[in-house]
Design a protein around this ligand. Structure first.
Ligand code: ANZ
Length: 841
């Protein structure tokens, strides 16, 4: 055999695979059971990078594994090709985003083919193709018909650099934009929303179905994001106002401890209450509001911030005891959560307590947790607020009482436990008509309007009288206009508004002059259902074929980065449920199992051009070959862990692959040799791998499988060079097993070995072999030999060896004789067959 020439082998097999199409799933008569393995599709922002290489190597192990197990595996690939990077690049270079996008796609496609991911290349899709985004528009219309797409005026997150709105999910914890890194500000705009909040309960409850098959971290991130709170709405009458002020509370049990109320400064309620107050209050409030609007929502939610606020000189009445309670406005209460107003119970809520201590408001304990707040607590007598509020003792603990206990100072609730009191108070409020059980979600509706060009046009037309007219389905797709003459630069309104010819349309209802909606959809709409489009990507009559969905979906295994733990997964789950409700699919969760691969780092940190630690995938492939890079990704550790490229050894992987390949050239027996005649010791190693690999792969322990195949290569090499020799049947059996295992990780080397072993390609379609159980029985176990409890040697012994035999063998070992020397042996402890401990004096 000639040398192991990586470049030659890669070119040779790519051509063969292109012709054989081993990963095609288009045969309708295929009777194999099905699996749908999906990698999150890439954004075409240049060539593939190391992160892609990791994700696609790992996803491919899974796809190839199921194929080897006899499944018809759908493993498609496409491009998430709308979005800002293309548009920004186009603006910078003065070109059309289409050119940039499709050039990058072509580049990535070539790299993907070289990378030998086992994709079905007949099912490729690009979300920026009109053939694809037509169906985004269809989906929009379906949601619109169901009342799930609507427009509202609201404060939105505004990215001042990219000049576009952001979903809450795109605002990072530090208040900056996930896209541009700019500090996000608030701006009032009329925007399109998808009503994901209608699905909040189901999105939360259905996570239970995914327990165990999704990473628990992702499940809890989703749960927190949806953030369900259960409690009650309570109505407080306001002096000088006809309608009550309703608050949401998770602690209706503490209603007797409500000593003041707080409304969000940026709420309509605050504006209304202030309007009915004194000019002094109005001036103070106006100043306060101006200050508040400089802060981000994140800052406002920071519980440790110094409390600020303004007394509105308005009063509410506590519905359970008729007490007058003062109404304040403070920014720790958010306008768009619950009702934008709270009843403050400082004894039992930390934020309220901090506020009460700062402004000298009374604190009344209503749950005796056996650790009452120390310091002077103003006592409210006969429902009257004391005239002069004594200052709170600064030596007090300042810690609110959150724990359970018996209710006190609470009239009919006295003596009840906290949870009983919550229940009882809700009943009392309902009976009195002043409150009711309620729940609230942190989840907000999904803002989908974007003031950008490179996205899906919204299929709505604005009539002469401002009426909204959905574009009839037979007029879809509404294609993007050419960019000639269009100014794509961000300016706060969509660049499409400048495409005069495109904007002016006939009203579909009566032909009167009308205008298109100039906004485009959030690209998360595109990726919320793409897994269904892969089932029939070329169908121009419908988004997807429900019969195909029935066959393939939901996705059996989804693979992708944890960066999508909230956004993308939540939206895809939501759209799936909508499609279920519309009768298009019969399942309610899109991804039955999820694997989040780690990141590829360099010297301990994320790779980036600015840090100068960027490792280019193309250089790595050039230097080590595709197989070695893929194998390194799988061998580096558990797939969920990050890989530091500085700590791994792709050249060692390359060397190992050459070693494995040489085995195939050394085998001299023919394919029809009888396995049973082979060397038993080597056969045992082979069959242990055959037995263990499936469980290990299904448990994502790819690195362990690689370690085991390395062990088998060593054992086979030993058998050839200093054992039964290259003609032994066990050598062939072992080498074939090496090739079959490597076909999951290093497809080129495996295919090359398979050919050398005398089989036609593709190895990907040969099945895994069953282990022979008679070869799995342990013939020997390792017995540890210690002197005074310290490990000194090991011996391979029969599992049935007696203590006397073990002791005799152990005493005779040279290492033991040396260690014991002339010391006297006090006793020998034997735990057959695993341990001999020789204790000296
Ligand atoms: C009285 C009370 C007493 C409360 C007590 C808590 C403890 P989650 O779990 O986040 O839903 N709240 C309600 N609306 C709010 C808003 N718009 N901005 C800020 N806080 C708001 O929390 C619900 C609790 O947060 C509610 O229950 C309310 O304070 C507050 F010992 O009411 B609670």
């Amino acid at each position: 055999a000639s040398g192991y020439d990586v470049a030659r082998i890669q070119a040779k097999w790519q051509a063969v695979w292109d012709e054989l199409k081993p990963f095609s799933t288009s045969d309708p008569d295929d009777t194999r059971p099905r699996k749908y393995v999906l990698d999150m599709f890439p954004y075409p922002s240049g060539d593939l990078h190391m992160g892609h290489a990791e994700a696609y190597a790992l996803g491919d192990v899974i796809a190839r594994y199921w194929r080897q197990q006899g499944f018809n595996v759908l493993h498609p690939i496409g491009w998430d090709s709308f979005g800002l990077p293309a548009e920004n690049a186009a603006i910078k270079r003065g070109v059309d985003p289409r050119g940039w996008t499709y050039d990058n796609i072509e580049q990535q496609k070539r790299s993907m083919k070289l990378y030998a991911a086992s994709f079905d290349w007949d099912r490729v899709l690009h979300t920026s193709d009109p053939e694809y985004y037509k169906w985004n528009q269809w989906l929009f219309l379906k949601l619109y018909e169901k009342g799930l797409a609507y427009r509202k005026d609201s404060w939105v997150n505004w990215d001042p650099v990219d000049q576009t709105v952001l979903a809450n999910e795109q605002v990072l914890a530090d208040g900056t934009s996930e896209r541009s890194g700019a500090m996000v500000v608030k701006k009032k705009l009329t925007q399109w929303y998808f009503k994901i909040t209608d699905y909040a309960d189901r999105l939360l409850d259905d996570l239970n179905q995914l327990e165990g098959s999704w990473p628990s971290k992702v499940l809890s991130m989703q749960r927190n994001w949806i953030g369900r709170s259960v409690g009650a709405d309570v109505d407080f009458m306001i002096e000088g106002r006809d309608t009550p002020l309703t608050v949401f509370t998770t602690r209706p049990d503490t209603l007797h401890g409500a000593t003041f109320m707080v409304v969000a400064p940026d709420s309509e309620l605050a504006a209304e209450l202030v309007a009915g107050s004194t000019p002094e209050v109005q001036a103070a409030f106006a100043d306060y509001l101006a200050e508040v609007q400089k802060n981000t929502e994140i800052e406002r939610q920071d519980a440790t911030r110094e409390k600020t606020g303004v007394f509105l000189e308005r009063w509410a009445v506590n519905p359970v005891n008729g007490e007058r309670v003062p109404i304040w406005s403070a920014d720790y209460v958010l306008a768009d959560y619950g009702h934008g107003a709270i009843m403050a119970v400082p004894a039992h809520d930390q934020r309220d307590l901090d506020f009460a201590r700062k402004f000298g408001l009374p604190v009344r304990v209503v749950v005796d947790t056996n650790a009452p707040i120390t310091g002077a607590i103003p006592v409210i007598v006969d429902g009257q607020m004391p005239e002069d509020l004594p200052p709170l003792d600064p030596g007090g603990t300042g810690v609110a009482l959150h724990g359970d206990g018996r209710m006190i100072n609470s009239g009919p609730l006295d003596g009840l436990s906290k949870s009983n009191a919550i229940h009882r108070m809700t009943e009392l409020l309902e009976a009195a008509g002043t409150g009711r059980a309620a729940k609230n979600f942190r989840l907000r509706d999904w803002l989908i309007s974007r003031q950008r060009f490179w996205g899906t046009p919204i299929p709505i037309v604005h009539g002469e009288n401002g009426e909204l007219v959905p574009v009839p389905e037979d007029q879809l797709p509404i294609e993007l206009p050419p960019t000639e003459g269009l100014d794509l630069a961000p300016k706060g309104t969509s660049p499409l508004g400048g495409a005069e010819e495109w904007m002016a349309v006939a009203n579909p209802v009566d032909g009167s002059p009308a205008r298109r909606d100039p906004d485009t959809m959030d690209t998360f709409v595109d990726s919320s259902w793409y897994f269904l489009r892969f089932l029939n990507p070329h169908d121009d009559a419908r988004a997807f074929d429900p019969a195909e969905a029935e066959k393939w979906a939901p996705v059996d295994q989804y693979v992708g980065g944890v960066t999508h733990a909230i956004l993308h997964l939540l939206y895809a789950r939501f759209i799936t449920k909508v499609l279920f409700d519309l009768g298009y699919v019969t399942f309610t969760e899109p991804f039955s199992a999820l694997l989040n691969q780690g990141m590829v780092l360099m010297d301990g940190s994320a790779m980036s051009k600015s840090k100068g630690n960027l490792v280019r995938l193309s250089d790595q492939l050039e230097e080590h070959g595709v197989d070695a890079v893929r194998l390194t990704m799988a061998f580096a550790g558990p797939p969920e862990d990050d890989i530091d490229w500085a700590d791994v050894a792709p050249h060692a992987s390359a060397k190992f692959l050459a070693r494995a390949w040489r085995l195939a050239h050394d085998v001299t027996s023919s394919p029809d040799v009888d396995w049973k005649t082979g060397d038993a010791t080597l056969r045992r190693v082979t069959h242990h791998l055959l037995a263990d690999a499936p469980g290990l792969i299904e448990g994502f322990k790819f690195n362990v499988v690689v370690a085991r195949v390395m062990e088998l290569v060593n054992a086979t090499r030993k058998a050839i060079d200093s054992g039964p020799g290259a003609a032994d049947a066990a050598v062939r059996e072992a080498t074939e097993t090496v090739a079959l295992t490597l076909s999951l990780f290093a497809p080129y080397a495996a295919e090359e070995m398979w050919e050398a072993l005398g089989y036609p390609p593709p190895i990907a379609l040969y099945g895994w072999r069953k282990a022979d159980p008679t070869l799995l029985v342990a013939e020997s176990v390792t017995c540890v030999v210690q002197v005074d409890g310290k490990l000194r040697d090991r011996i391979e012994v029969s599992p049935r060896a007696t203590p006397a035999e073990l002791e005799a063998q152990a005493r005779a070992l040279p290492a033991i004789v040396r260690t014991v020397g002339d010391r006297e042996i006090a006793k020998v402890i034997v735990r057959a067959p695993r341990l001999v401990n020789i204790v000296t004096r």
